[in-house]
Design a protein around this ligand. Structure first.
Ligand SMILES: Nc1ncnc2c1ncn2[C@@H]1O[C@H](COP(=O)(O)OP(=O)(O)OP(=O)(O)O)[C@@H](O)[C@H]1O
Ligand SMILES: [Mg+2]
Length: 265
């Protein structure tokens, strides 16, 4: 293959997040100066993107302390105020502050997913992380008896995805399932023999035009349930950054209705 074609292939084959320099070895002089300029441009772009991601992560992090302080004060007010319209309004402020806490948490996750390294040094079995995520929902949530994990073939989940990133991905998928389905319905979390993992819940079919947009950063479906919108964008960004894939289906696969999020590791 000609050296110029090799350069062309190197640039063509890159994923959108890969801003590492292209090799300038063995290129004819006129082409190597173009390759060097491309590298300088990518370096500048990388610095701008790093600064932007750093800013997003720092802002989200810095917001947490004042929000927590405001929440604590509001909760004291609720405890001390006489019952009536003042308390009702304070309870609304408390709900808004809870929403802000969740939003800043999601923004932090998104910034980390977009900026951090999402690949571990070597492949490992992620089942322990999955059971840890499920256990944390079971311990803390009201939906503790709704999550059903099955692994009929005794498969493992081998992947190079960073375990912390996998935890965040699964947390976002598992969190959604009880939230958007009938209160007493079962959530099936299924490990398949082909290194894939499904989270499936019951519910009405989501229209194709809604399905097209729900993995965008701040897009939500037609719902009154509280949420901010970045959840599936975080999951999708992590999957893509770790050469995995997130597939979303409604109706769920082999079902008449419901929703299924399938991680192909
Ligand atoms: N398991 C699910 N079943 C049915 N609908 C779902 C499911 N998961 C997501 N959705 C739909 O997709 C939308 C986007 O989900 P996403 O997790 O990105 O955001 P969110 O849950 O609205 O807010 P948050 O970012 O706080 O998680 C939801 O608003 C909901 O309409
Ligand atoms: Mg969500």
């Amino acid at each position: 293959m000609r050296t110029v074609d090799r350069l062309y292939n190197q640039i063509e084959a890159r994923s959108e997040g890969d801003l590492s320099p292209v090799s300038t070895n063995e290129l004819p002089f006129e082409i190597s100066s173009i390759a060097k300029s491309v590298n300088l441009l990518m370096e500048r772009l990388r610095r701008v993107l790093d600064a932007e991601r750093g800013f997003a992560a720092n802002s989200a992090h810095e917001l947490r302390t004042p929000i927590a302080a405001a929440l604590a004060q509001t909760q004291r007010l609720i405890a001390e105020a006489p019952a009536g319209s003042l308390t009702n309004r304070t309870v609304q402020i408390e709900a808004s502050l809870h929403h802000l806490t969740e939003l800043s948490g999601k923004l932090l996750q998104l910034a980390k997913a977009e900026g951090g390294s999402l690949l571990a040094e070597r492949p490992q079995d992620l089942i322990t992380i999955l059971t840890h995520v499920i256990d944390s929902f079971v311990r803390t949530g009201e939906d503790h008896d709704r999550l059903l994990l099955t692994n009929a073939s005794g498969a493992s989940l081998i992947s190079r995805m960073d375990p912390d990133a996998f935890g965040i991905l699964m947390n976002n998928l598992v969190e959604n399932a009880p939230k958007y389905s009938r209160p007493d319905s079962i959530i099936e979390i299924e490990i398949h023999a082909d290194n894939t993992l499904s989270v499936r819940n019951e519910g009405e079919i989501i229209q194709p035009e809604v399905m097209k947009r729900i993995r965008s950063r701040f897009e939500r479906g037609q719902t009154k349930i509280s949420g901010s919108g970045p959840g599936l964008a975080i999951a999708d960004t992590i999957a893509q950054g770790a050469t995995a894939r997130l597939e979303l289906y409604s109706p769920a696969l082999d079902r008449r209705d419901g929703f299924e999020a399938k991680s192909v590791l």
